[in-house]
Structure formats: structure tokens, C-alpha cells
Design a protein around this ligand. Structure first.
Ligand code: GAL
Length: 414
């Protein structure tokens, strides 16, 4: 039998011998475009100032499809990263599998419940437990335009679908690319989000893309949506296939193209190229969707990690929720803060509009999760939509076939 003193000495020796794990976080994300990387740097530097080493795990691919594949492999091999950038329903899937950490103590100490809107908390929390730190709110129903080009062609901001199509025609006649587009399924779905909102309004958007009601999916309204997608297809250039979203934005920045329909991460690219809102570029809501905000929020989901890795993980979560960080990061990223207690003054014209629109939509009940960005339905359903939208955009289906295919693909994925 060892004496108490002996046992204490052994314990002490263990403490001295066991090397303390250096504070480090490994973060998996898909922010590899110029504007995205610039925004992420704000977070990296913030942590490094606190003595936390940042191990970067970038997986390129807009919308995060490839990143989610890599994540599955990492978790399956029993080696999850500290934190993972994630969208909407994917967060819930990982929570259901029991793979994520519990941030409740940190959240309570810092009153996260009071500052994060319910629509975002729906994904940051699972069964009453905080599991993710939301960095921002993006929205997809935006159009980005080259201002000098529009001025040159005498085009004002289009307020209706008819005006928008007339503007696209004008640009086409002048020999420029009317619509900068990257032919990847998630980008086509991003346009589809706005066209559904314009054509059917918020109620129809909810019925069709969130509640997945068969009646809405095969309605004349949905057929009209596909017909409008066909109209937009006329205005993309011949090389659109497979193009990354940021290269499409670059066409607008350079003045080769007039418009891009894209979420406000596009603003990050304009800013990163030294361009200014209302001078070099315009941001405005997709015509007919001015009252609604089709949102997505980038959240950092904290995974179950070893006990000694948890303090750094909490530091990361805390840093993401810090008001000063939410200002600095979102000014660069193009999104708006996830926190509701941030003043609009520090933001540029597009950012201020984004913040005002968000507050208005939250009050009016028109703040609606984006299907294309994983906030409308789980991944299987989202991917079923992607397949049909893309096949139709590329002329494989006419609009009648598209609604039939959509009905059966969604039913099979539900
Ligand atoms: C979105 C994400 C944005 C942006 C975009 C393109 O899903 O929310 O932050 O990065 O993908 O990569």
C-alpha cells in the first residue's frame, strides 16, 4: 500500500512528465476563393494572437459538396477535425449521429440565445444543445452588376422580371455576356432559389422547397419557374460549363459580363479586387424578391475531440461569436453578422442593405432557408433538386419533364 504522500508524488510526476498539448485547432472549410480566404484570415489571425495554432484544412468547391465528402472520411476513420464549416441540414445530420460537442456552458456564459435569431439557432442547436458557432448570414437572392457597363448601355436597376430580361437583351445586343454563370449544379440551384421566390412568392417557396408538397412540385407555378430558367439559359456564354462561381464573378469585375445571380459571397470577390459598391459594382435584390431574404448561415460545427483539445476548441467558438470579429469578418466576406446586436454603420452600402433586409424579413416572416445552400431540406433532397435543375438547364428535360422528374426524385429522396 502506498502512502498518501507517495500517491501524490506519483500524480505530480505524471503532471510534470505528460507534455501539455499545444493549443491548436484544425478547421475544415471550403473558403478557397480570394474573398473567402481574405475573410478567413481574420479568424486565423485572431486565434493566433491568442496563442492558438491554426491547422488549415481547405477543401475547394463552392457550396461545400466536396468538403462534406472529405469530412465523412475523416470522421469514419475516427479522426474528426476540431471544427467544420457547415450549412443547415448537414449540421443536424452530424448532431443526430452524436459526433458533435456540447457548447452549452460557453453559450450560457455569453448569452448566445439572446443575440442569435431563431432561424439560425434552429441549426446551431440540437435538442436544446449548442453545437455550432454561426459566423454570418448570407443570402442568395442578389444580383451583382458591373456599374460602368450598365451606365454605358443606359441600363438602370431592373425592378421586375420584364425589366431584367430587357436589360439582358440590351447587353447581348451590345456584344457582352449578359449573365456570368458557372455551370455547376449548386450554382444553377442558386438561381432557381430566386426564380421560385419571384414566381410563386414566399408561401409557394415554402410549400415546394421546404415542405416538399407534391401539389406544389407539380403545379403550373413550378412549370413557370422552369420556363423562366430556360429564358435565363439564353444569356449565359458558351464556356459556362463547370466554371467556378468566383471565375464567373471575375467576368463581371472585368466588364466582360454585366450581371451575376449569386449569394453575397460574390461581394467578397469585388472587394478583394479593390472594387467599391455603387462606383464599380451594384448589388440589388433579384427582381420580384425584394421583400424576402433567402438565407444561409456558415456555422462552425464543433466535433467531439479529446479532452485536452477542448479548451482551444472553445476559444475558437468564442472567437467566432465575438462582436468585433463578426464585424471585421463579415465586412470582408460579403455576409452580415449572425448576431443581432451589431450596428449597421460599420458596413458598406450592400452590407447595410443586407442587414436591413434581414431585420425586415425576420419581422415579416419572409426570412426563408435557401434550398441551394442546404437550409431548405436535407442533403438527399437537395441533391435530387440539383440533378433535375441542372439536367433541365442543360436541355435534357423540357419543363414538363422537369416537374415530373422532380416529383419522383424528391419522393425517392425524402
Ligand atoms: C456557400 C457558403 C458561402 C460561400 C459559398 C461559395 O455555401 O455559405 O460562405 O463560401 O458557398 O463557396
Amino acid at each position: 500500500m502506498r502512502t498518501i504522500i507517495e500517491r501524490c508524488l506519483v500524480g505530480l510526476a505524471l503532471i510534470v512528465v505528460a507534455p501539455a498539448r499545444a493549443a491548436e485547432v484544425e478547421v475544415l472549410h471550403w473558403w478557397t476563393a480570394g474573398g473567402e480566404a481574405a475573410a478567413l484570415k481574420v479568424l486565423k489571425q485572431n486565434l493566433e494572437r491568442q496563442g492558438v495554432t491554426w491547422r488549415d484544412m481547405p477543401v475547394a468547391g463552392g457550396g461545400g459538396t466536396q468538403a462534406m465528402t472529405v469530412l465523412r472520411a475523416r470522421v469514419t476513420s475516427g479522426n474528426p477535425p476540431t471544427a467544420v464549416q457547415m450549412l443547415g441540414f448537414d449540421i443536424r445530420d452530424w448532431a443526430q449521429l452524436g459526433a458533435v460537442a456540447d457548447l452549452n456552458a460557453l453559450a450560457e456564459r455569453n448569452h448566445w440565445n439572446d443575440v442569435i435569431p431563431a432561424a439560425i439557432r434552429e441549426f446551431s442547436q440540437y435538442r436544446g444543445r449548442w453545437i455550432a458557432a454561426p459566423a454570418n448570414v448570407h443570402s442568395v437572392n442578389w444580383i451583382w452588376a458591373n456599374k460602368p457597363l450598365l451606365d454605358q448601355f443606359g441600363i438602370g436597376v431592373p425592378k421586375t422580371w420584364t425589366e431584367f430580361v430587357a436589360a439582358l437583351d440590351k447587353v447581348k445586343a451590345a456584344g457582352k455576356i449578359p449573365l456570368a454563370h458557372g455551370g455547376q449544379p449548386w450554382q444553377e440551384a442558386t438561381i432557381f432559389d430566386s426564380v421560385v421566390m419571384l414566381t410563386g412568392g414566399p408561401e409557394f417557396y415554402r410549400d415546394a422547397l421546404i415542405k416538399l408538397e407534391p401539389k406544389a412540385l407539380q403545379s403550373a407555378m413550378m412549370r413557370a419557374v422552369f420556363e423562366r430558367m430556360k429564358v435565363l439559359r439564353r444569356y449565359v456564354d458558351a464556356n459556362f460549363s463547370g466554371r467556378d462561381w468566383n471565375l464567373a464573378t471575375a467576368l463581371v469585375i472585368k466588364g466582360d459580363a454585366a450581371f451575376q445571380i449569386m449569394g453575397d459571397w460574390a461581394k467578397g470577390e469585388f472587394l478583394n479586387a479593390g472594387k467599391q459598391p455603387n462606383i464599380d459594382f451594384l448589388c440589388f435584390r433579384f427582381p420580384g424578391t425584394q421583400d424576402a431574404v433567402i438565407f444561409n448561415s456558415d456555422q462552425f460545427v464543433m466535433f467531439n475531440v479529446a479532452r485536452d483539445a477542448r479548451p482551444a476548441q472553445e476559444q475558437l467558438a468564442h472567437a467566432i461569436m465575438d462582436p468585433q470579429f463578426q464585424i471585421a469578418f463579415n465586412r470582408v466576406k460579403g455576409s452580415v453578422p449572425a448576431r443581432l446586436d451589431i450596428p449597421v454603420e460599420g458596413f458598406d452600402a450592400c452590407g447595410q442593405q443586407g442587414m436591413r433586409d434581414l431585420a425586415h424579413a425576420a419581422r415579416a416572416g419572409t426570412l426563408i432557408g435557401s434550398l441551394s445552400q442546404g437550409h431548405g431540406a436535407p442533403a438527399a433532397v437537395k441533391n435530387a433538386f440539383y440533378d433535375v435543375i441542372t439536367a433541365h438547364f442543360n436541355g435534357e428535360y423540357d419543363s414538363d419533364e422537369a416537374i415530373e422528374e422532380l416529383l419522383s426524385a424528391v419522393a425517392a429522396a425524402k
